[in-house]
Design a protein around this ligand. Structure first.
Ligand code: PAF
Length: 278
């Protein structure tokens, strides 16, 4: 695997690389990231991964400084996954000016769901992903469904701004007890880790009820919220939205997604489950 830390070196390599499938990450790689790499590899061309902890998508008081940085271990995993090139720029390489003055502004959905609790987050994501796309120039890019709102923001951005990149959604990797794999799971104590699958179980209960024909969305989401709060969680939201535009779902919708975000101890965990009615 070739490792590039500057934009210029990467661009020189890219000129002769042919078809590229791209996996943007912030490092601290787990099985979920590796499944993105495998999906990229299955396309047959070169696989490029980026590791960059993007300051622009972290808010005041969030974990930018403490976000786990595990570069050596990450490289071992990427080599084992057959990745061809790793782009690992410094903050100065990607943001050489003291302040990034041009930013990519997603539409109003950026202020809902996670955006309501992380102001500016999706602007930071859309901006860095645009920069990475401009540097890597991939033919396809893999995004995990675990960050469902992020996936929708990127899909909308690529469509509206005519970026010639296929966005490939990849299913969420899960532990055997259902917990969605996430770098932030590492913040959980042993006791919290045992409690953590409750979020998944509540989303699954809503999915099962929807599949059985339930239409009282408020009752379903409030029951999930109450169960989580009764077990010590601080809930940001549990909502049922439509899969395409993330608008509030309405009875009669066939393609929905149940999304939740809540804090358990230090970390804020997010998860979601798609519901497609036949
Ligand atoms: O999902 C992530 O890890 C990040 O939001 C991304 C897409 C790499 C942008 O920094």
């Amino acid at each position: 695997m070739q490792i590039f830390t500057t934009v210029a070196e990467f661009r020189a390599w890219r000129k002769t690389a042919g078809q590229v499938a791209f996996v943007p990450t912030m490092g601290n790689l787990h099985e979920g990231h590796i499944s993105l790499c495998q999906a990229a590899k299955a396309r047959g061309g070169k696989v490029v991964v980026s590791i960059f902890v993007n300051p622009l998508q972290f808010g005041q008081g969030e974990d930018f400084n403490t976000y786990p940085r595990t570069f050596e271990a990450d490289c071992d995993k990427l080599v084992a996954a057959g990745v061809d090139a790793l782009f690992h720029p410094t903050v100065d390489q990607l943001y050489p000016r003291t302040e990034q003055q041009y930013k990519v502004e997603p539409p109003a959905i950026q202020n809902e769901l996670c955006g309501q609790f992380r102001p500016g987050h999706f602007r930071g994501v859309a901006t860095v992903v645009t920069k990475l796309f401009n540097i890597v120039q991939p033919d396809a890019a893999m995004f995990g469904k675990k960050d469902y709102q992020q996936l929708k923001v990127i899909e909308g951005m690529v469509a509206d701004l005519d970026m010639p990149i296929e966005i490939v959604p990849v299913d969420t990797g899960r532990a055997s007890d259902g917990l969605a794999l996430s770098s932030r799971n590492g913040y959980l104590t042993a006791e919290e880790r045992a409690e953590a699958p409750r979020l998944y179980r509540n989303l699954m209960a809503i999915k099962t009820a929807l599949e059985a024909g339930a239409t009282d969305f408020v009752k379903l989401t409030e029951a999930a919220r109450a169960d989580l709060e009764n077990h010590g969680w601080r809930v940001d939201y549990v909502e049922i939205r439509d899969q395409q535009r993330l608008e509030h779902a309405r009875p009669g919708d066939r393609e929905m997604v149940v999304l939740g975000a809540a804090r358990l101890g230090k970390p804020r965990l997010i998860d979601n489950l798609e519901v497609t009615l036949g």
